[in-house]
Design a protein around this ligand. Structure first.
Ligand code: PMP
Length: 396
């Protein structure tokens, strides 16, 4: 019957996210998951959030009404301050509050992409970024990633050959690769961009989760007072540093771009939930965010180190793992003759899950690549999970 429904062309042949398809196994008793991209709920500052929720509960008449599409002024104000602390010059009016940074991306796709338009994503890339473009009927062109980030020769070629509307990238602790674009490449990328009309969407949900190495300026900061200044659109989120259930993200962009996104949001959800915005603003203003974040970062540092140690002890160089300096992910390569998608059922049988790399490619995948998340498991689970991974690989 479903074949008879009048779906729009991109929705006719649509496949779901390979990561979401794995969720059904999460409820298997004893399963250890290195698969999801979720932050660890036990690390949320529940007392702090509770305090903010209680305070905001006294202003329910206001926060149960519709709010401004651009976002609650008090939240826009504090997000502008957070941006300024990150070196991004933004005032309250430069901020659009969105329902997660995912929505910010979707608004941009809607505002910028007509069917057949080209956009660039990295190879590998965040699957929802790829899917958003597919559903918009975009022509997706990929640009490779090296250990120090985007392959700039490939980017230069793609910019020249395809005149893309935008290049979407996660320059700091990328999902899925964990890779960070080096400072030198950041500067070169912006110089390259300035020779074109292409916009850059800098998606930065993980940048605050640095657990080793030196902090790097965002592309948005580096672009300031350069010819590329108006081309950089900065997205960030409270999902990985406070809690994803708030659904609070934001965008900083040129006023003309922001205005188009406000119009798109008006017909999308009118406004992000005012109560959650009020809670987020109170929480950020309470000072608890700054106090609590180091605890999340320390825990991820320990978990990442534990996972890297366990893999290097158990696999003796058989696997290539990319060591991240922050974020939530470790990207890896199995030996060339091992297909990660075929390894997964064996791993699930051993009660450990990971994500095969193939879901992160808009074109031909690396079949032996895979993504691990260290965020959601404690150290005992990580050690046990790696032992199970070893067993699955031995059975392959
Ligand atoms: N961008 C990237 C790279 C992500 O990994 C995620 C979350 N998995 C998002 C955006 C969406 O985050 P949010 O919860 O803010 O919508």
């Amino acid at each position: 019957m479903s074949s008879g429904f009048p779906f729009a062309a991109p929705f006719k042949e649509i496949k779901g996210s390979p990561i979401r398809e794995l969720f059904k196994y999460l409820s298997t008793p004893g399963m250890i998951s290195f698969a999801g991209g979720y932050p660890a709920p036990e690390l949320f500052d529940i007392p702090g959030l509770q305090a903010s929720i209680s305070t905001q509960a006294s202003t329910l008449q206001e926060s149960m009404s519709y709010g401004a599409t651009e976002g609650l002024p008090v939240l826009r104000e504090i997000l502008a301050t957070l941006c300024t602390q990150r070196g991004i010059q933004a005032g309250k009016d430069d901020i659009l509050v969105t329902s997660g940074s995912q929505q910010a991306y979707e608004l941009l796709v809607r505002a910028l992409i007509a069917p057949g338009d080209t956009a660039l994503v990295e190879r590998p890339a965040y699957p929802a970024a790829i899917q958003g473009l597919r559903l918009a009927g975009a022509n997706i062109v990929t640009v490779g990633v090296e250990e120090d980030g985007t392959n700039l020769e490939e980017l230069a070629r793609a910019l020249q050959q395809h005149q893309p509307k935008f290049f979407y990238c996660v320059p700091t602790f990328a999902n899925p690769s964990g890779i960070t674009l080096s400072l030198e490449k950041r500067k070169k990328l912006l110089a390259l961009l300035a020779t074109t009309d292409c916009l850059l969407i800098e998606d930065d949900p993980y940048g605050q989760l640095r657990f080793s190495g030196e902090p790097l300026p965002t592309l948005a900061e580096l672009a300031r007072s350069t010819p590329a200044q108006d081309q950089v659109i900065y997205l960030s989120s409270l999902s990985k540093t406070v809690a994803p259930g708030l659904r609070i993200g934001w965008m900083v962009a040129h006023p003309e771009i922001l205005r188009r996104c406000v119009l798109a949001k008006q017909v999308d959800d009118m406004c992000s939930a005012p109560f959650m915005q009020a809670v987020a603003a109170h929480y950020l203003n309470s000072g608890r965010y700054a106090q609590h974040l180091p605890y999340i970062i320390n825990t991820y540092r320990q978990r990442a180190q534990c996972m890297l140690n366990a893999f290097s002890a158990d696999f003796d160089g058989q696997l290539k793992l990319v060591r991240p300096e922050g974020g939530m992910f470790i990207w890896g390569y199995l030996p060339p003759d091992i297909n990660a998608t075929r390894l997964l059922p064996l791993a699930i049988d051993e009660k450990v899950m990971f994500v095969p790399g193939s879901g992160f490619y808009a074109d031909k995948p690396d079949e032996n690549a895979f993504r691990l998340s260290f965020a959601m498991s404690n150290e005992a689970q990580i050690t046990e999970g790696v032992t199970r991974f070893r067993k699955a690989l031995d059975r392959y």
